[in-house]
Structure formats: structure tokens, C-alpha cells
Ligand binder design. Structure first.
Ligand SMILES: [Zn+2]
Length: 214
């Protein structure tokens, strides 16, 4: 199946977007029905507004109807919440294995939200496929490319099974053109990616270079 692909600039550049299209005045039931059994994938470089789009989609659903998860290895900002770079957040379960999602859902769950999907292994795609078969919707966000410009394997499988895809971009920190790559700006010490968001910036393909090693 080929997903619908929508490419939009980051909300930081003035274009509001919704991962799940929500009409003004629409009932919660109608929004739930729209996402039922569908997977929406949000990709883009760092600082493209992926997590903002994710939280906006989550907030269309009552707390009891949504399950939010993040990878336990993502300890930036907070360990118990999905947090945007500008400090907005919603509480989330930190899990090390995507299969734990199946223990978090119940008969009230209409939506599962997954942040930073590139941290998960291939089993995430299996879990998302199982959720959508049960009529539960999934909205997942993550980096498509690592800081070496390589695609993450877990994203590739989610791209294949997604029904809708939102590709977000940012402004290149060097030239101001549309950026879809993440530039590592501090050296990688002994192969370890230490450092948080301050070690990265969005770059266009022309300004992007492989990360410095030390
Ligand atoms: Zn550039």
C-alpha cells in the first residue's frame, strides 16, 4: 500500500497542521472513527515540529481513549512524558520494548501515540499492524534519517504500513532553505552519540555533512 504523503513546513514557520484532520465542532466519536484502524506516520528532521504535531493529534482524544508511549532510552527533558523542544508535554509511558504497548491498551483505547519511533526495533511495526487490525488508530513520529544520513530500519517498515504520512521540514540553520536532514554539530566521542538537542541542528542537503569524529 502506498501511503498518502503530505509535506508541510514546521508549525514554527507559520503553517498549522493536524496529523489527524479534525473539523471544528466535530465530536470525539467522529474523530475516533476517522483514526480507527489507521496508521499516521509523522517524519522529518530534528526541530521540524514532529512532537508538536503528535501532541496535537493526541489532544483530540480524551485521556481514557489514548495511550502515549516513548522509548525508555529517550531521557531528554523528562522520562515520564512526551515533550516538545519548547516545553509542551503530555504524560507518557516509557517502554523499552514495543510489545509492552499491548499491555497498556484496554477496551477504551482508540488511539496509540508513539514518539521517537527510530529508537524502537522492528517489533514496533508488528505491534502497530496488530493494533490497526483491531480497529485502534496509531499516530507515530520519528526521524527518518540518522545523523549519518542513513534511514532507520524501524521507520522503513512503518512507512510501508502507514495509511497517511506527514513529512515535516524545518529551516536550514546555515542557509535558511528547506531542511530535511539533521546535522550533528559536536564530535562523536568513541562512537557514542552523547549530548542532547543542543548537539544537532536542521540542515538542507547542500549544507549537511557527515558528523565529525574524535
Ligand atoms: Zn542549507
Amino acid at each position: 500500500m502506498t501511503p498518502t504523503v503530505t509535506t508541510r513546513p514546521s508549525p514554527a514557520h507559520g503553517d498549522a497542521h493536524h496529523a489527524v484532520v479534525h473539523e471544528p465542532g466535530e465530536s470525539v466519536e467522529a474523530t475516533c472513527a476517522k483514526i480507527a484502524g489507521r496508521c499516521v506516520l509523522i517524519t522529518g528532521c530534528m526541530f521540524s515540529g514532529k512532537t508538536t504535531a503528535l501532541l496535537r493529534a493526541a489532544r483530540l482524544f480524551p485521556e481514557a481513549a489514548r495511550v502515549l508511549v516513548k522509548h525508555a532510552g529517550d531521557t531528554r527533558y523528562r522520562t515520564d512524558a512526551i515533550v516538545t523542544h519548547d516545553g509542551d508535554y503530555l504524560p507518557a509511558h516509557a517502554i523499552a520494548d514495543a510489545r509492552a504497548i499491548t499491555e497498556l491498551i484496554d477496551e477504551h483505547t482508540h488511539l496509540v501515540v508513539v514518539d521517537e519511533v527510530h529508537f524502537f526495533d522492528d517489533s514496533l511495526a508488528d505491534v502497530v499492524a496488530a493494533l490497526t487490525r483491531c480497529g485502534i488508530g496509531a499516530v507515530a513520529a520519528g526521524l527518518e534519517l540518522g545523523c549519518w544520513g542513513q534511514p532507520f530500519p524501524s521507520i522503513e517498515r512503518l512507512v510501508e504500513l502507514s495509511d497517511e504520512r506527514l513529512e515535516l521540514t524545518a529551516r536550514c540553520a546555515r542557509c535558511g532553505q528547506t531542511a530535511d536532514r539533521t546535522q550533528r554539530t559536536t564530535p562523536i566521542v568513541a562512537g557514542r552519540l552523547v549530548g542532547g538537542a543542543e548537539s544537532y541542528e536542521p540542515r538542507c542537503i547542500k549544507c549537511w555533512t557527515p558528523p565529525p569524529q574524535s
